[in-house]
Design a binder for this molecule. Structure first.
Ligand SMILES: Cc1cc2nc3c(=O)[nH]c(=O)nc-3n(C[C@H](O)[C@H](O)[C@H](O)COP(=O)(O)O)c2cc1C
Length: 261
């Protein structure tokens, strides 16, 4: 996969063709899900593929609370233990799959909103120590060509200087733009990167009075941003080691983790 291309191809797809993806593509999705690397292996999480999307649609009145209904041929339901760092763990892990799917022409959309465990347990197995956290819809986009490479200007995002704080070498500009175009709940782009000489500290904005209810997603969003940062650094052969420095939170910013360069 050309990761830079995949990042610029991806966008949230909310309308899908009504038929299943091919057997071979579905097999690829199963492989990706079975082999994806998580951020914190000590936190148990599970991605359950729901091949017959109708099963989710039938219960979606009760589970999917925001942005209206997204009818897709398939869904992934992500369950996890609720341990420190579980949300960024989920974002980081899922985004690898989302980008791999974009590269194959398969559209995705993260679906936040509250999920009722009782309704889901009729259609899938939920480990007793885990809770359903988020759903990702997937399938072929209804409108071709949705997953084409887009110019940076076509992404509605905050300016680089609003999300990256500190001085950095020019070679990082492209990498930070890869972070900038990452998806986030209601496009809040809550991640903030503080750049030091040999490290980058990642923080998540806790939000304001209007968005506070969504603040748990800002940690998930930060995990997504961390994946984009990692892929950009790797592509540019820049060493990338995630090391939690246990830094203090800043005003309205929750410390997530650091990357040693
Ligand atoms: C954690 C998370 C939750 C999201 N929840 C929803 C949702 O419930 N419904 C929806 O239509 N889009 C949802 N989105 C998609 C965002 O609205 C979208 O990523 C953002 O507006 C940027 O647009 P793009 O993904 O097309 O680049 C979610 C995205 C993330 C990362």
């Amino acid at each position: 996969m050309n990761i830079i291309e995949a990042i610029y191809k991806r966008k949230s797809i909310r309308k899908y063709v009504p038929y299943n993806i091919s057997q071979s593509d579905f097999g690829d999705v199963e492989n990706l899900v079975n082999n994806v690397q998580s951020l914190y292996s000590e936190i148990q999480m599970k991605i359950t593929l729901i091949k017959e999307g109708i099963k989710i649609q039938e219960i979606s009145k009760g589970i999917i609370g925001s942005y209206g209904k997204i009818e897709a041929p398939h869904y992934m339901v992500i369950t996890s233990e609720e341990k420190e760092g579980y949300l960024e763990n989920i974002g980081y892990t899922l985004e690898q799959i989302v980008l791999e799917l974009a590269d194959r022409g398969i559209g995705t959309c993260y679906i936040g909103g509250s999920i009722k465990k009782e309704l889901l347990k009729d259609i899938m197995e939920i480990p007793s120590n885990q809770k359903p956290i988020i759903v990702v819809a997937f399938g072929y986009p209804a409108n071709e060509p949705e997953l084409e490479i887009k110019e940076l200007e076509n992404f509605k995002r905050k300016a680089l200087e609003d999300i990256i704080i500190g001085n950095y070498e020019e070679k990082f500009r492209e990498i930070f733009n890869l972070v900038r175009v990452a998806p986030s709940a209601i496009n809040l782009q809550p991640w903030r990167l503080y750049v030091n000489e040999n490290s980058i500290d990642l923080y998540a904005n806790k939000g304001n009075i209007l968005t506070k209810g969504l603040s748990h997603f800002s940690e998930l969003d930060s995990g997504i941003a961390l994946k984009h940062l990692e892929l950009g650094c790797k592509e540019r052969n820049i060493t990338f080691e995630i090391k939690n420095q246990k830094l203090e939170d800043k005003k309205n910013l929750k410390y997530i983790t650091s990357v040693m360069l």
